[in-house]
Design a protein around this ligand. Structure first.
Ligand code: AN7
Length: 379
């Protein structure tokens, strides 16, 4: 019998980064082999932005449930199971509920997910239902749901798996580790969509750990583990650039927004829970926030799909819109290496994609001549 080579089977962010994550030795790890997502160098959009910088996208839509939430959910559900919880709960604009339902299924526990009425993308709802989550739709928005979840969890025996759960951010910081490893350095700028503001905070923690640099986010989070890298993996940290939809842009308004509205339903959030963390990350990194209209967000989503072959959901596209605008204006310095997080897959929201696909499907008889006429007319 031939000898097998040592197994290199990838089994998720906890097994890959266990020494830098708060997971007890011997814990039962609940994982779907999340993480290890591709960092793709854009070939056409940098040119359209004036050619001043390199742009990479971290395609988090290729996680097991199609969004970055899986990185945090593997930690949060592993911790919930370790501490004896038999149920988890979250409020969600969609992706958290899909991820929570999947990881709960994997763990054999119940997921209660609270979603806003009528404002959740079809793919996400299908996932939550398919995985057996208990879907509770409220006549309100995400912020109403979040308020209720926090209240209910004080008395009900369920673990909150929203990003106010510090294990979520610990898992999500691993995306920054992967980016530094892939580039062999930290990028100059990192662009993210901002909703509840957990992910931008988590990335700043990850970059800070890999740079062996201090950050105030630990003290803001209270009682959480700190992981100092010694020696540092990289000498620098990126500017953290956060982008929002104009109808849901509390970081641009300087305060909470009631009744947020945007086509990018994932980030239809007016009361971000990680407000202090994200503000600190922005300030410490020398970054900034920006906003885009729904029309601009959709145009960028289409541009990525048509010019680069990459399909992300509307909320994700705001990061690339931000990078392109700030490169063009020179606010992002010439020669910069820029990473944009594409937080969710385009297939999450087929309705919005179809609605903005203006080219009609061409209907012809089932005859070669008819098909050929179409081909010749298009070349
Ligand atoms: C695709 O699922 O809040 O700033 O409940 O799904 O860390 O909140 C989703 C957020 C960006 C914003 N892109 O990240 C939820 C939820 C996508 C998202 C965000 C979300 P945060």
């Amino acid at each position: 019998m031939s000898r097998m080579p040592a197994s290199s089977h990838y089994s998720g962010i906890i097994s890959r980064y266990q020494s830098r994550l708060p997971v007890a030795a011997g814990a039962r790890i609940v994982s779907l082999a999340e993480g290890n997502t591709p960092l793709i160098r854009l070939e056409h959009l940098p040119e359209l932005a004036g050619g001043g910088a390199e742009i990479y996208v971290k395609y988090e839509g290729l996680n097991p449930t199609g969004s970055f939430k899986d990185r945090g959910m593997t930690l949060a559900v592993t911790q919930a199971v370790t501490s004896g919880s038999r149920a988890i709960m979250c409020a969600s604009t969609g992706n958290t509920s899909a991820s929570a339902a999947a990881y709960a299924a994997r763990a054999g526990i119940i997921a209660f997910v609270i979603i806003p009425e009528g404002k959740i993308a079809m793919g996400k709802l299908a996932q939550a239902m398919m995985h057996g989550g208990v879907v509770i739709q409220i006549a309100g928005d995400f912020d109403d749901g979040m308020r209720m979840v926090k209240e209910i969890a004080t008395t009900a025996p369920v673990a909150i798996v929203n990003s106010i759960n510090p294990y979520r951010l610990q898992g999500q910081k691993t995306a920054a580790f992967e980016i530094v490893e892939a580039l062999g350095r930290a990028p100059d700028c990192h662009c993210l969509p901002v909703g509840n503001a957990g992910n931008i905070s988590a990335h700043w923690i990850g970059y800070s750990e890999y740079a062996g640099a201090a950050t105030s986010l630990y003290s803001l989070m209270g009682n959480v583990s700190r992981y100092a890298m010694s020696p540092p993996v990289t000498s620098a940290r990126p500017k953290m650039l956060g982008y929002q939809a104009s109808g849901a842009a509390p970081f641009l308004r300087g305060g909470m927004v009631d009744r947020p509205e945007t086509v990018a339903t994932a980030i239809r959030i007016g009361h971000p829970q990680s407000w202090d963390l994200a503000r600190a990350a922005s300030r410490e990194s020398g970054g900034w926030f920006g906003e885009f209209t729904d029309a601009e967000i959709l145009a960028t989503q289409k541009l990525l799909a048509e010019k680069e072959g990459i399909f992300c959901e509307p909320a994700s596209a705001v990061s690339v819109a931000g990078a392109m605008r700030d490169i063009r204006s020179g606010r992002i310095a010439a020669g910069s290496v820029v990473v944009c997080t594409l937080t969710g897959h385009g297939l999450k929201d087929p309705d919005t994609a179809m609605a903005q696909s203006t080219a009609p499907v061409i209907k012809v008889p089932a005859e070669p001549e008819a098909v050929k006429r179409v081909i010749l007319s298009r070349m």
